[in-house]
Design a protein around this ligand. Structure first.
Ligand code: NAP
Length: 328
């Protein structure tokens, strides 16, 4: 079979909430390892391999770097040089919310910031539109109506096809959904963090999403790489925790967590999986989770992630054992 058909053979796609948008179970995020400080050839190889494995969804934001903006530039270059014929087969996202440029208009949730930031992201990526544009975080000092009206405007002006929010708590999310609905641009997706070590979404957010027919694409499902076998014998060179610009702090790698990972790893082995694969399957066990956004520093990690697709199910016994380890 042709490569162009093969890429869709093994990936599973799920409906994002009640929208018309289908997303792959595994998405690729470009927060780390796709920036100006990284090796372009490696970044390119990862994007191309991901796409060939059916990962149609690439998650970016204005500030991904370092320097901020450079992940979008890298992705733009890859698109231009390798994937320009495939734009309609890809879901490309961006976000605005965190600090991007100096002065009062370079972060948070004003209309001024969101709309100019979206224009900048499109320029960096060389795109006419993104597929999803997110408010990256709630802004306590800007009326929610203003931030949502900016998202509505971005969609209406054709700069994004869908609107999303990220890092909003359950109450803020409900308010955002109500406003967006009244504007005629329903929110299709929420992007929260979720992993075995970070379960806040279970405390109300997933219920709010289900009630509103909004999908979820969850980030840092491996707790930035901790939920793998990588840190079981210390902090290896080249890992995210070892990098000065990596967001995983060595202080987050506690003995208690390592103890749990060792126990979880035994369950993974019994399932014929790697620890990272178990952690991804566990996040996807909840049907309200549309997709997991993984990060990667090498192609083999993307292949590991896609390798879970024929072994997603858990027995009751496995889930009980995992729960006992996580709650111990
Ligand atoms: N909306 C938001 O506020 C927000 C915040 C954070 C992230 N995100 C999105 O979510 C994406 C994913 O976040 P994340 O990078 O923290 O996700 P993650 O999947 O929890 O962590 C990714 C890291 O785990 C390690 N890893 C991955 N697969 C592995 C494997 N099979 N074996 C061993 N190690 C493995 C790699 O670390 P090494 O580099 O050490 O190899 C990789 O860089 C981001 O790129 C971004 O798009 C969104």
């Amino acid at each position: 079979m042709e490569k162009d058909q093969l890429r869709y053979e093994n990936m599973k796609y799920s409906r994002c909430g009640k929208s018309g948008l289908l997303l792959p179970k595994i998405s690729l995020g470009l927060w780390h390892n796709f920036a100006g400080v990284d090796v372009y050839e490696n970044s390119k190889e990862m994007v191309l391999r991901a796409f060939d494995l059916g990962i149609t969804h690439f998650d970016l934001a204005n500030n991904y770097g370092p320097p901020p903006g450079s992940a979008e530039e890298t992705f733009g270059k890859i698109l231009r040089e390798e994937l320009s014929a495939y734009r309609d087969q890809m879901i490309i996202t961006s976000k605005a919310g965190y600090l991007m440029w100096p002065g009062p208009y370079g972060e948070w949730g004003s209309r001024k910031y969101l709309i100019s930031s979206c224009d900048q992201s499109l320029k960096r990526m060389g795109l006419d539109y993104v597929d999803i544009f997110y408010s990256h975080r709630p802004d306590p000092d800007t009326p929610l109506e203003e931030t949502m009206m900016a998202l509505d405007q971005i969609v209406r002006s054709g700069k994004s096809l869908y609107a999303g929010i990220s890092n909003y708590d359950p109450e803020q999310s409900q308010q955002a959904f109500d406003i967006l609905k009244s504007l005629g641009t329903p929110c299709v997706v929420h992007q929260p963090s979720y992993s075995m070590f970070n379960r806040w979404v279970e405390d109300g957010l997933l219920n709010v999403l289900e009630k509103n027919g909004v999908g979820s694409v969850v980030f840092s499902p491996l707790f930035q790489g901790l939920l793998t076998d990588k840190y079981l014998k210390g902090i290896p060179e080249g890992s995210r925790a070892a990098k000065s610009h990596g967001f995983l702090q060595s202080s987050q790698i506690t003995e208690e967590k390592i103890h749990k990972i060792k126990a979880l790893n035994l369950i993974a082995e019994k399932r014929g999986q790697k620890m990272a694969q178990l952690a991804l399957c566990w996040v996807l066990r909840d049907p309200r989770v549309t997709s997991v956004i993984i990060g990667a520093s090498k192609v083999s990690q993307i292949e590991d992630a896609v390798g879970i697709l024929d072994n997603l199910e858990f027995s009751e016994g496995e889930l009980t054992s995992i729960e006992a380890i996580l709650k111990a």
